[in-house]
Design a protein around this ligand. Structure first.
Ligand code: PRX
Length: 650
């Protein structure tokens, strides 16, 4: 073992684990390596419920993969219907807690089936058909999962837009997908305030004729505008369907191709335009549900809580599809972790007797800052496993999580994956793989990563390089919506035949992976992905801004924060006022989470002689406060001295 601190699985945990001991992991990994097709094919057969069994496991025409061809399947059937006959009918599927005190619901699999089929009928009644696109812009309430599952039942492609995105961002997604329907709510609760979702939908839809209807769920009860002929209340849409013979229960699940598109989820890339990542049905379901068993060691009586918002991939895979496909009970929480006080998470863990808890390093660091008295005031003894996702977890945060929350009893699984990978790729299988704080440890069976240099050659142990993945895996993104060329170019061209993750990593002498962060212009703020160009193009839309360059700077809590360098058009400005205005402007264009933490006004930006902004220099200035790298291609040296001097004044 290498020098870093290592935590082997305890005997108590390992003896009951789904995968127990390093030998079991090694055997499974070797079996998958020997014949990945057979490995995944056997699991698809035993774990998923098919209408027609697949004929082939994989057709690989790089970079386009087809998994489980010939198979007919339905994601909603696998997540809901099949649990009505496997002994889970009366088992809670969703334990929901709203943000306002006392708001709670418990929904069994049978009740979930009822809710989903009723709403699917409403969608049919509104004229939606297989392959139509639907945007879902909702608060974290059970109906969000119901809407997703109802779409999946009918083969309608959903795209969930995080409720924190602005009307502008929502509009861009609605347009890119050519969506026919938007499902929303009047609002939702966050930190005691109402997030007015329907008002944002109205703004987003101005002039967009292809959206025929908006379905609105009544959550907060506040006054909203309902546009005649376009907008319909959720309950009215259901009632209308129920009184029409063609759309009454039972709403049979569509028998779809294994590769039928399940959803599109937009994520930030290196340009200003977010990419619509497309996931399909069977491979995605298989790998998300397998990771529930392997990484989260799921047992029948577990209560699983992933604190992410369903608007991000973590919520898709680990609140909805993975756990429900595996027949788990999930906790779903609507609001903020610090409302009404810093112990909201711990009070939910205690109240619902959560056994597996999955959150982000940002949340952990924010809670550490508030002190141990908050978790110590609660009974957390039901917890048996802790997870982390979204960004590198620093060893100090890992240790706190392990000691103060897990009482040195619960393994911590640091899970590395991406929107594009669909499911967890590198993480310790907790009953088998010893953990090292700060490392995502070893790849899951069937996943073959490597660390390579710029020419695609493997680098030595402990050397930094690019993280790539050889060979396709079932839950991988199939393409970028309407842009297969970009898919090929962004992910499959840097190292021929391999998937380029965009992350830097090193592998230690035990084969453990240490993820070091992005190598491209993608920032990671509180575990949320954001492109520097997206923020730049928002800034240059402002009438006062001439040019903008955005870089990430290290931040104690959120991992990274947005720092913008801005040059202004000629004019007289109150810079303090303008700084605040620009921050609000970015929030309006993208969403509050993208608001720059810092805006620096400057006379000029450092550029190469060919006119490209040297972001690398700006990154150095905000991280190390000086410039040491090569600046021979810089056009005007004085810019750098001015920027460095500006820092000293700050
Ligand atoms: O840089 C990596 C970081 O988050 C990126 C993926 O972001 P997104 O697609 O939004 O998905 C987030 C949730 C899966 C990765 O390229 N990242 C994610 N998990 C980890 C991580 N970095 C270090 N350690 C992790 N466990």
């Amino acid at each position: 073992m290498s020098e870093s601190k290592t935590y082997p699985p305890s005997h108590a945990f390992a003896s009951r684990a789904n995968v127990s001991g390093m030998e079991a992991y090694r055997e499974m990994y070797a079996r998958a390596r020997h014949d990945p097709g057979r490995f995944w094919g056997d699991l698809a057969h035993s774990e998923l419920s098919w209408f027609t069994q697949p004929l082939k496991t994989l057709e690989w025409d790089p970079p386009f993969a087809k998994w489980f061809s010939g198979g007919r399947i339905n994601a909603c059937y696998n997540c809901v219907d099949r649990h009505l006959t496997d002994g889970r009918k009366a088992k809670p599927a969703i334990l929901w807690e709203g943000e306002p005190a006392g708001d709670q619901r418990s929904i069994t699999y049978e009740e979930l089936h009822h809710l989903v089929t009723r709403f699917a009928n409403a969608l049919r009644h509104l004229g939606l058909r297989v392959n139509d696109r639907v945007i879902i812009y909702m608060p974290m309430i059970p109906e969000l999962a119901v809407a997703m599952l109802a779409c999946a039942r009918l083969g309608i492609i959903h795209s969930v837009v995080f409720g924190g995105f602005s009307a502008e961002a929502l509009r861009a997604r609605i347009q890119d997908l050519d969506a026919r329907l938007v499902i929303t709510a009047d609002g939702g609760w966050r930190r005691g305030k109402e997030v007015r979702l329907k008002a944002a939908v109205d703004e987003a839809l101005e002039g967009l004729a292809h959206v025929r209807n908006v379905v609105v769920y009544r959550r907060t009860g506040s006054a909203i505008d309902m546009k005649n002929g376009r907008d319909i209340w959720w309950h009215d849409a259901e009632a209308a369907a129920a009184s029409t013979p063609a759309t009454t229960d039972p709403c049979e699940p569509a028998k779809l191709d294994a590769e039928h598109p399940l959803y599109v989820l937009y994520t930030s890339g290196t340009t200003g335009k977010p990419k619509g990542i497309l996931h399909t049905t069977a491979g995605y379901l298989l790998q998300t549900s397998m990771s529930m068993k392997w990484v989260f060691d799921l047992k029948e009586d577990d209560i699983f809580w992933c604190t992410a918002d369903i608007g991000w991939v973590t919520g898709h895979s680990y609140i909805v599809y993975g756990p429900l496909c595996a027949g788990a009970t999930v906790v779903m929480y609507e609001g903020a972790p610090d409302y009404p006080a810093y112990d909201r998470f711990w009070s939910i863990v205690e109240k619902y007797r959560v056994t597996i808890f999955y959150t982000s390093p940002t949340a952990i660091r924010a809670l550490i800052r508030q002190g141990n008295k908050w978790p110590e005031a609660h009974n957390l003894s039901t917890l048996r496993l802790l997870g982390s996702v979204g960004e590198p977890i620093n060893p100090a945060a890992w240790e706190w999580y392990y000691k103060v929350i897990g009482k040195e009893r619960c393994p911590v699984v640091d899970t590395w994956w991406q929107t594009e990978t669909g499911a967890i790729m590198i993480a310790p299988i907790p009953g088998a793989v010893p953990q090292k704080p700060g490392s995502a440890t070893l790849p899951l069976p069937g996943i073959f990563p490597d660390v390579v240099d710029a020419r695609g050659e493997p680098v030595e142990d402990n050397k930094e390089g690019y993280l790539i993945i050889h060979w396709p895996w079932p839950s991988m993104a199939r393409t970028i919506w309407k842009d297969p060329e970009r898919f090929k170019e962004q992910y499959w061209s840097r190292v021929p035949g391999a998937y380029f993750t965009g992350d830097a990593a090193r592998r230690d002498s035990d084969g453990y992976y240490w993820i070091l962060g992005r190598v491209d212009d993608v920032m990671n703020v509180s575990g949320h992905r954001l492109s520097t160009m997206e923020v730049e193009s928002a800034l240059v839309h402002h009438p006062a801004v001439a040019e903008a360059a955005v870089v990430a700077k290290p931040h104690e809590i959120t991992g990274q924060a947005v720092c913008a360098f801005v040059t202004l058009k000629k004019g007289d400005y109150n810079t303090e006022q303008l700084r605040e205005e620009l921050r609000q402007w970015v929030a309006h264009e993208i969403g509050a989470f993208a608001r720059p933490e810092e805006i620096r006004f400057t006379e000029a930006l450092p550029k190469t002689r060919s006119g490209k902004i040297m972001r690398r220099l700006l990154r150095e200035i905000v991280t190390t406060h000086s410039v040491t790298g090569d600046i021979t291609t810089l056009e005007d040296m004085s810019v750098v001295s001015a920027l460095a001097a500006q820092h000293e004044e700050d």
